[in-house]
Design a protein around this ligand. Structure first.
Ligand code: GLP
Length: 308
């Protein structure tokens, strides 16, 4: 199969599992930007979008992300799963990235992204761990390239990723696609930047233990997902979010690649959105787009909602 071929048919997901829009050729041409007042509300909305998508298509191929931003999203999904509101039993997951150069095994090393995923999500929901995939950054040095290629094949064999969850790093990276990553890049080993070292090393017991390499899906790999869902919260992301969403498309900020995707949703809290120029437009669109009707914070009082 041609790796660059992308499916143009998608299912528009409506909450409650009703696919009233099944098999329509995608009509969305612009990104949806949703700004919630608080981080907690943004995290909850993100979890709901994921749960609704799984409920609409149980054999869902879900791309997952790590980072502090995602911790509460996973906590919400765990709650929903325990309450019987979302079933992970047939979900197949693919994580974005993994460090290269950590000691021991992915399962046992507390700094690994495999450990993060088990700890925050997989250990607490009814997902079959055999269906969870994280790039094999623990492969021996001379097998890393083959492991990266194998990861691409696994995604392809699964029929591609239905929705890829993304965070954004201070360097503008999605996954670990640091500045200058080609928009056609695939899963590979990369060297991390100083900005990323400063961002992530405080999470390590000894900051100097943070590896300077990682295996990450490429920007091209992310763009192949049928839907993208990016979450960013807190003031520290405000500048990079504005550059990523409203700035020119550039490989210096890999998150600008979202502008090239035709089914991307960005969820922000007010702080992360604070530097956006066109906030009012995004709020108006969110308030009036029927696709988001069930996600409105309060019941509709009139047919034309005013953006807050
Ligand atoms: C790491 C991950 C990214 C993530 C970023 C943001 O670098 N590789 O996928 O988006 O962290 O991290 P945080 O959510 O902690 O700000």
């Amino acid at each position: 199969m041609d790796k660059n071929a992308r499916t143009v048919v998608s299912i528009t997901v409506f909450p409650g599992g009703k696919n009233t829009n099944k098999n329509l050729v995608r009509s969305q041409k612009s990104m949806d930007i949703i700004v919630m007042p608080t981080a907690a509300e943004a995290e909850f909305l993100t979890a709901r979008i994921i749960a609704d998508a799984i409920n609409a298509k149980p054999f869902y191929k879900l791309g997952l992300a790590t980072g502090r931003t995602m911790e509460n999203v996973y906590a919400e999904l765990v709650k929903m799963n325990k309450a019987g509101k979302v079933d992970f039993s047939r979900v197949i997951s693919f994580n974005l990235d993994e460090y290269v150069g950590l000691k021991g095994t992915a399962e046992k090393n507390k700094d690994s992204y495999r450990y993060f995923m088990n700890y925050h999500l997989f250990n607490h929901v009814n997902i079959d761990k055999r269906n969870t995939h994280v790039p094999n950054g623990f492969a021996p040095e001379d097998e890393l390239e083959a492991a990266a290629a194998a990861y691409e094949e696994e995604m392809e064999d699964a029929g591609g990723v239905d929705m890829q969850l993304l965070g954004i790093g201070r360097s503008g990276h999605i996954g670990f696609n640091e500045p200058m990553s080609s928009f056609s890049s695939r899963t590979r080993v990369v060297t991390l930047t100083k900005t990323t070292f400063e961002q992530n090393s405080p999470l390590f017991k000894k900051p100097e233990d943070m590896p300077m390499r990682a295996m990450t899906m490429g920007v091209g790999t992310c763009l192949d997902a049928k839907r993208l869902l990016l979450l960013a919260t807190h003031k520290e992301k405000a500048n990079i979010v504005a550059a990523a969403l409203e700035g020119p498309v550039t490989s210096m900020i890999s998150a600008t690649a979202l502008q090239l995707h035709d089914n991307a949703v960005v969820v922000l809290d007010a702080d992360a959105a604070s530097k956006l120029k066109y906030k009012d437009e995004y709020a108006f669109q969110f308030a009036n787009d029927p696709k988001w009707a069930a996600y409105q914070p309060v019941a509709r009082k009139s047919s034309r909602r005013k953006a807050k």
